[in-house]
Design a protein around this ligand. Structure first.
Ligand code: NIG
Ligand code: FE
Length: 407
């Protein structure tokens, strides 16, 4: 037998039953047991490789998927809002709690008081929950600081998670999340601060790759959202929107006009909005955890999104107020039971489509040569299982950048 003279791979996974999530019908099919060669953190080859490698790992016929991607989280925060949950159970609506100074602003108060190191420590147990659901890439938003110093502190804490766990973080600036109390009645002045000081500083220090706005009656209006988007694009940052969550302001179409990465929540999205997303290639990110936790009844327009072939992502929206769930596969289950998605759609929602929502459509979320070697190895026989059973231990290992993190 021919002996290779050079070592082609750093690592070879053998007996891997691959669910590649490449586009087209094949992506959701489980392959015969095969091999994945990894070199320099990338997938270098797939098939019978007959090659030497410094390391060989036998997957024992387990399922190998792209590492899951949670493309919308607020995992960095301090404080706890269990009391507001109790208030809502007594019938006080989320908007009313927010107007009384609770809601986002109560988390702002606690987050401002915390140090960057404390924010990291507080986030790690939540992050560990996500890692157990196979997550290898995570978007993390600021938005509980609402001042230059506190937004920077949140973004630095987000990035620092990479020093504590094997994970890739995509930080998003969400300074336009709520009006800070010191700007009460002066929303336009706050937006000026966001556009003229916070965005330039974040761009200069490369602390975020995108900018998000809560475009809503209890957030910021369409004009204010557009000012933030203009500033973001002028500083080379991509945009995203919390749009059409509680009403239809046209925020998703605006996000699309600015070539946005994703429009998120979108329960109230209408045909015009869906068409705008389709035209710009903006991902529709569905957040069933927030829908469920707020006991919303307005369903996102899934049929319309399918008809217009808008890529749909699914994310946790992990946050203390509206979605306190550090479990991405649970969101896949809710995507099916609450929104009527298929298990294949939910799996695309946490792999290839979530990658697109973060600007990594060409390098993450699929198993194919050239893509990042971010993988999850599962003790699962069929990929529908991710949307089906919950709470079971089925993750064997995650690989991030070709490096193992055994469970
Ligand atoms: O995505 N919609 C706005 N922001 C969060 C809620 C944050 C909070 O209540 O703390 C969301 O649902
Ligand atoms: Fe959110």
């Amino acid at each position: 037998m021919q002996q290779p003279t050079t070592q082609l791979f750093d690592l070879v996974l053998t007996n891997a039953r691959i669910v590649s999530m490449i586009s087209g019908d094949d992506g959701y099919q489980v392959s015969q047991a095969t091999e994945i060669g990894i070199k320099d953190g990338r997938i270098a080859a797939i098939g019978e490789l007959n090659s030497s490698a410094a390391n060989v790992f036998d997957c024992q016929n387990k399922l190998v998927t792209p590492g899951f991607i949670d493309c919308h989280t607020h995992v960095i925060y301090a404080g706890n809002r269990a009391n507001e949950f109790e208030m809502r159970l007594k019938g006080i609506p989320y908007q009313e709690i927010a107007q009384q100074g609770g809601g986002i602003l109560s988390t702002v108060k606690a987050t401002r008081q915390a140090s960057q190191e404390q924010l990291v420590e507080l986030a790690l147990p939540r992050l560990d929950g996500l890692l157990r659901s196979g997550v290898t890439s995570l978007e993390v938003k600021s938005g509980y600081g609402l001042s230059l110093a506190d937004e920077l502190k949140m973004l630095r804490a987000a990035k620092a998670l990479e020093d504590h766990r094997k994970i890739r973080i995509s930080p998003t600036l969400l300074a336009a999340h709520a009006l800070p109390p010191e700007f009460a009645g002066r929303a336009d002045d706050y937006i000026r601060l966001v556009c003229q000081e916070i965005i330039p500083c974040v761009a200069e220090e490369k602390l975020a790759t995108s900018v998000d706005v809560f475009c809503e009656s209890i957030g910021f209006n369409l004009q204010q959202t557009e000012r933030v988007f203009e500033a973001a694009v002028a500083h080379g940052l991509r945009v995203k929107g919390h749009t059409e969550q509680l009403s239809n302001l046209g925020g998703s179409a605006l996000t699309a006009r600015y070539n946005g990465l994703s429009a998120d929540h979108i329960e109230y999205l209408d045909t015009t909005g869906v068409e705008a997303l389709a035209k710009s290639g903006t991902v529709a990110t569905l957040l069933p955890g927030a829908f469920y936790f707020l006991k919303e009844t307005q369903l996102p327009p899934i049929e319309l999104l399918r008809k217009h072939q808008v890529p749909m992502a699914i994310a946790t929206d992990l946050n203390p107020g509206t979605s306190p769930f550090a479990d991405l596969t649970m969101m896949m289950n809710m995507g099916c039971t609450l929104f009527g998605l298929t298990p294949e759609e939910t799996l695309r929602g946490v792999t290839c489509h979530a990658a697109k929502a973060l600007g990594y459509a060409e390098s993450r979320g699929q198993i194919q040569p050239g893509f990042d070697a971010d993988l999850a190895i599962w003790d699962v026989s069929h990929p529908a299982d991710f949307s089906y059973q919950q709470g079971v231990d089925r993750l064997s290992a995650r690989l991030v950048n070709g490096e193992f993190d055994h469970v």
